[in-house]
Ligand binder design. Structure first.
Ligand SMILES: [Ca+2]
Ligand SMILES: [Ca+2]
Ligand SMILES: [Ca+2]
Length: 182
């Protein structure tokens, strides 16, 4: 599930190879891709930056949310995995102790209210423009970026965990996206 799959013509000189390599790295977001074996099975699957009524958290609040998806047939523990809304701060919030179930999703609330539970993050999502990134150590696992989010319209992957992000007509809060994001 390699997300960055650049291709380029064979350069004629070594200098050209160096230049092309630099461009490719920048195009992948600048961060190194994680070599942790869990990285190839974890994806940010859906984000809801402008939640109004798609679903509510345990406190009854329609806060913004996002999902992580595990495409493997074994649960993945998130010890050493961190999530952030700022690529210059990969370790903004550690997800230690949480698990993404085999073939399923983990729902996280971006409400800047960690006191509401271990599945609540210390940041919110901007509807106007923002990003969410997943890291293992310094290595990037995945990212989603957006602009101009509309109320109750999620940005999700179809097929789950592997497709390019697309607008989800029927957001599936805490569940696999399926055809809702087709
Ligand atoms: Ca909340
Ligand atoms: Ca934010
Ligand atoms: Ca979903």
């Amino acid at each position: 599930m390699q997300r960055c799959t650049p291709s380029f013509a064979s350069p004629l000189v070594v200098a050209a190879v160096v230049v092309v390599a630099v461009v490719v790295v920048a195009g992948c977001g600048g961060a190194g891709i994680s070599s942790d074996p869990r990285a190839s099975h974890l994806r940010i699957n859906e984000v809801m930056p402008a939640n109004a009524a798609s679903c509510v958290d345990g406190a009854g609040e329609a806060d913004d949310w996002l999902e992580l998806f595990n495409d493997s047939d074994a649960d993945i523990d998130l010890d050493g995995v961190s999530i952030t809304d700022d690529r210059t701060t990969p370790d903004k919030f550690a997800l230690d102790g949480l698990t993404v179930p085999a073939g399923g999703v983990l729902l996280l609330w971006a409400d800047d209210t960690v006191a509401q539970g271990t599945d609540h993050l210390p940041f919110k999502l901007s509807a106007a423009a923002e990003e969410v990134l997943l890291f293992i150590g310094e290595g990037k696992v995945d990212e989603l970026t957006w602009t101009g989010a509309v109320a109750d319209v999620g940005l999700g992957r179809f097929p789950d965990g592997s497709g390019e992000p697309t607008l989800c007509a029927l957001s599936s809060c805490g569940d696999v996206n399926g055809a809702a994001c087709e």
